[in-house]
Design a protein around this ligand. Sequence first.
Ligand code: PMT
Length: 412
Amino acid sequence: MNLQGKNILLGITGGIAAYKIPELVRLLKKAGANVRVVMTHAAQQFVTPLTMQSLSGEPVRTELMDPEQESTMGHIELARWADVILIAPATANFLSQMTHGIANDLLTTLCLAADSEIIVAPAMNHVMWRHPATQVNVETLKGFGVQFEGPVPGDLACGETGQGRMQEPEELFVALQHYFSQSILSGVNVVITAGPTYEAIDPVRFIGNRSSGKMGFALAEAFVRAGANVSLVAGPVSLDTPQGVKRYDVESAEQMSNQVSSLLSGCDLFAACAAVADYRVVDSAQQKIKKQDREMSLQLIPNEDILASVAGEGNPPFTLGFAAETENLLEYAQAKLERKKLDVIAANLVGAEEGGFGAEKNALTVVWNEGKVSLPMQNKKKLARELVDIVARLYLQKKNNTENYRLIQGLK
Ligand code: PMT
């Protein structure tokens, strides 16, 4: 499997098996992955940062408190960047630190701050591996959702034989490929609207709103991360296109509607995050309207409701709508869910002190016919991942038309 555009954070701790990691980086780079390496102090005794830098093509991070490195990409940003974190080799000491939430260097801090999957490839003496302290740590970490690859039985660097060898780089490479191929929305075609629309008054003035596009762009990124093919119809915003997303820039509601229509064939899931203007100006002026010493008024006509039109199609895609409200959040969201015949709606308060338009953070209440879930105030990127997780399960549940208990677990 091609790993094009996948962001893999590779943590190396101080075990002799570290000398095998350059081969893993070579394989990952060849498959198109973006690889960033973080090394503990002990790891640098076994393989040099320069080797890892040459192979990954990225500066290697070793220090938590390094102003120079933090200025290019802070440790939290680095944790967010990663689609997956692989710690290889992972020593007994490192597993113990992770278990207890110790964050006394860059790698342990990253693991604590990460919201992406963490995979560990332990390597140690077989007696250390079997020790009850290590086994308790392993079970605790599995309970936290950490995935283990190995260790496998074989000859160990210490001269003994037993279960303690790190999996070979080729096996770890396959494990990462497997991780990405498991993506829950693999092959699903998603169309998303994001940002505001501008409705022209004349060539220099418009009616707009305060949407920055951040929520919709974060949603696009989260859908890509879940394996979907994503087309993003973006109103006028100044945001970079998330990796792997096909972007279509539009300005007005009419342009957004036309662009969405052209993408609907083959669309499995439609997510309407844009703050589309409900009205446009009748006959916007061709030339700049000159100032006059009298009142003036604009005549407005309703725009098409893009979301309602998509949901009202003969064979509509799965539809996720948003509801931006300043009051009666749940009541209004529920009414929109029903009136627009949506599968699910994500309701947010706007105009409040925190969250909503333009902010970095947001909170959502996700409502569908049989249930609802509240997602607390948090960074929009993380929020989008949680939303996509719920929407993906509901989508698959509807598609398979079955009560799949594993998928809907915890959602009702
Ligand atoms: O962009 P950010 O600054 O990050 O802010 C995010 C957000 C607050 C804009 C976002 O989270 C959000 O709530 N988007 C929907 C905004 C909105 O227009 O809500 P609404 O309640 O007015 O519309 C209901 C739904 O119908 C929305 O899914 C909207 O996209 C859709 N709609 C509305 C009107 C219209 N003509 N066509 C539509 O498709």
